[in-house]
Ligand binder design. Sequence first.
Ligand SMILES: [Zn+2]
Ligand SMILES: [Zn+2]
Length: 453
Amino acid sequence: MSVNSKQDRYDLLNSQWNCECGALHSVPTRIVDIAAGALNHITDIMSELGLRGKILLLADKNTFLVAGAKVEGILYDGGLDVRSHVLEGRPVADEASVKDVTSLVDSDDVAIVSCGSGTITDLAKCAALEHDITHIAIATAPSMNGYASGIAAIMQGGLKTTLPVRPPIAVIADPSVLKKAPIEMIRAGIGDLLSKPVCNADWKLASLVKGEHFCSRPYELVKDLESLYMDGAKDLLSRKPETIAALTEALIFSGISMVIAGSSSPASGAEHLISHFIDMRAEADGAGHDLHGVQVGIASVATARLHERMLKRSYANVVPPDVDLLWKRGDEAIERVRKIFGPCSESIVSEYLKKRGSRESFASEVKWIVENIDAIRDGYSKYLTSSATMREALVDVGAKKSFAELGIGGESLRDVLELAFVIRGRYTILDLAFILGELDGWVDEMITSNGEI
Ligand SMILES: [Zn+2]
Ligand SMILES: [Zn+2]
């Protein structure tokens, strides 16, 4: 199946196919409706889906104002039994909020309609799964790629965890609503999407080193949309509806690319580990952090630089790394993570310990990497986009361009960049750079430039 046109993209909805990668892929989401006035389509969508009965509409104060009240009115006028719950203050996606939202659902509700961005959509996904009811997501900001994904990012005991949930059956987005989102949320949306080339290069790398299943369809699906929002990045500042719609479409289909992959791999690589590290450190310190996509955008350019640094280097006649020393340095990294995260750290480092494996398997993996480094680089490099092009998109939208602007510099930045590979089981360019002795030089360069990308 080729994914080239808009029609091809939409044909993937509500479908299942045997892919040339050998896997059976399926996309349960049936409807993606991105259009001016799309909110008015909700009653037709409800009847197309055969939904009649009680409906819970979930929003917060802001999203109720920009879209929720209108949707409530449309559903009511359409003869549907809708009741709205407007969450107080600034909602957070944690265990307590999941419990609260789940308890709002009545036993005879047939659907939950979420009206919001990341947090509200994720809370609704969890509640819909718990009650086994339909979920329809209404997007209110082009800020993240989770609208159509099958995971929810929930903070559990100080740890950011991604829970498997069901993707919404329909996602509705009206660009005239989305364009009113705070500009920082629009910047976050493009920042999150910028990571896709590096994520897919990392995923391919993991398939080569760790034998993970890889499929290029998720990459192609979002790549086809890249020019729509990258070339017009400046138009996002003036909130041009066509460009906002393109950005939203790319974000929604990035979520679908994860559903196709059956994991977050096509949308989360080394740059996401860096962002998760920043989030967890802020949580441990009781401090705030920037929007996910803003952090990811900066980290994506930084890791694209690391990729480029490693592609430039010749590994012909390279002296094989000292495995004893690497193992010791891995242990030191684990100790540093334990010190930083305290009681939470055991579940964090356990994933890394599994990834590293036994001393014996680690030694043979290092040996294999050194012997096959050119083939490995050839395998993953075709998925990359140049760091300069990625940086330009951040400049065009007036986004932050340095870790310093995120409030992270000096030794804190060293911790983030040197230790991000220890906090997850995901294999990325950070692991390869650690093995090949490239991590230190890249980290020093980032610190010297005060985190400027
Ligand atoms: Zn496939
Ligand atoms: Zn992301």
